[in-house]
Design a binder for this molecule. Structure first.
Ligand SMILES: [Zn+2]
Length: 235
């Protein structure tokens, strides 16, 4: 159930997953996934959007580290989702333009803080970077992917499970009170996407309810939910 297309035609390699990683010997947080076009180097819009930013910030005098993205394009999508496509050799769109799914945005490159031609693909909701792989319908694992299809697996659950059980969450197991069961991961990602939860299912230390709720409020939610199901079943 992907809602975003992969930003290339044909096969795409995921070369570095979202989450904790070691880059040049230094542990760090990877806020997106690194993608490499296997059949084509044109980077394309993963959804209909408006180009919010198309720029390259010079390194000199940049205190925000945005220069690290090199030539990058930010797409502003429906529902407040913003997609960053970085390190391009060349940008083919300007801020303010509307693009349709599949439209060319630029050419894959190695600009900014980059060590080989690739596209750093980052998705933010309410300015929090989230694991983009459930939206792309792929696993958060190194591998070759094509279109919406996940080789050797079904869409939602396998990608969701890897989001929870992948690099950032090796410790713990479902049911220990801190690690979600596989069946809960899609719901958690949904909670993040609509803003009820802050953070990411791959980084549980940062995953928090936007507002604290009491047990009583939780019971109201469950009660209403049960009533809605009853109503639905009676129809
Ligand atoms: Zn990256």
């Amino acid at each position: 159930m992907a809602i975003l297309k992969l930003p290339y035609r044909g096969k795409v390699k995921l070369s570095s997953p979202y989450g904790n990683r070691i880059l040049n010997g230094t542990p760090g947080w990877h806020a997106g996934v690194d993608l490499v076009g296997q059949d084509e180097k044109i980077i394309r819009a993963p959804c209909d959007a408006v180009v919010g930013i198309s720029t390259m910030i010079p390194k000199e005098g940049d205190t925000t580290l945005t220069w690290q993205w090199g030539n990058y394009v930010r797409l502003d999508c429906a529902g407040g989702m913003k997609i960053y496509l970085c390190h391009m050799a060349e940008r083919l769109v300007r801020a303010g333009e509307s693009v349709k799914t599949g439209d060319a945005l630029g050419v894959e490159g190695n600009t900014g803080y980059s060590f080989g031609s690739h596209c750093h693909f980052e998705v933010r909701i309410a300015n929090s970077a989230i694991d983009p792989t459930p939206y792309l319908g792929i696993r958060n694992e190194i591998g070759i992917y094509e279109g919406d299809a996940i080789p050797g697996g079904s869409a939602g659950t396998s990608s969701g499970a890897s989001a929870a059980g992948g690099t950032a969450a090796e410790a713990g197991k479902p049911g220990d009170g801190n690690t979600p069961h596989d069946w809960a991961v899609d719901a958690v990602n949904w909670g993040v996407s609509v803003g009820i939860l802050k953070g990411s299912s791959a980084d549980k230390l940062k995953l928090r309810l936007n507002d604290p709720v009491t047990r009583e409020e939780m019971m109201v939610f469950l009660h209403r939910f049960a009533e809605a199901i009853d109503e639905y079943l009676e129809k």
